[in-house]
Design a protein around this ligand. Structure first.
Ligand code: THU
Length: 165
């Protein structure tokens, strides 16, 4: 028997003021688009903003539904929009923020499991890491260099490749 260990490190900033101008701008975009979320059930309004390798900005917000499982997270709305508007274009960085009428928005949130899987496939497909900036409307900011770091031992399309003779 042998033991394996996963480790990853990420940056923690005390506030948005410590970020460089580009990251500050992107996080402010994410904060701004939280207003466009459709989240009447959870009242948890998530905004995501991406800077693509072609220099374009794409945003996404969570879109809920009376049939709860139909709802989709801001991150996957963003990935779908980016991929549809600019196919074959990688994403450099995604900033994610949120606000709520129920809970405080004073710390970072991290993508859910389903979004981690979607982000991981996007990275593999583009052969480029997607950097993440995670924060609430105030408080600490996390910067993660590659979204795949959040999903160790991931299931990937490699498992689906037919066996080569
Ligand atoms: N949600 C996101 O959009 N992104 C996240 O990273 C976490 C959760 C949404 C899903 C649902 O509409 C609401 O937030 C509460 O879970």
């Amino acid at each position: 028997m042998k033991k394996e260990k996963f480790e990853f490190s990420f940056e923690v900033y005390d506030s948005i003021d410590e970020l460089n101008e580009n990251d500050k701008w992107l996080l402010n975009e994410a904060r701004h688009v939280t207003k466009r979320a459709y989240a009447p059930y959870s009242k948890f309004y998530v905004g995501a903003a991406a800077k693509l390798s072609n220099g374009k900005k794409v945003t996404g917000t969570n879109q809920e539904n009376a049939s709860f499982p139909v709802g989709i997270c801001a991150e996957r709305v963003l990935l779908g929009a980016a991929s549809s508007l600019y196919p074959d274009t990688s994403i450099e960085t995604i900033a994610v923020s949120y606000q709520s009428t129920i809970v405080k928005s004073d710390h970072p949130i991290s993508p859910c499991g389903m979004c981690r899987q979607a982000l991981q496939e996007f990275e593999l497909r583009m052969e480029k890491p997607v950097r993440l900036i995670l924060a609430g409307m105030e408080g600490k900011v996390y910067v993660i260099n590659s979204a795949s770091q959040l999903l160790p031992l991931a299931f990937t399309n490699e498992e689906l490749n037919p066996l080569t003779p």
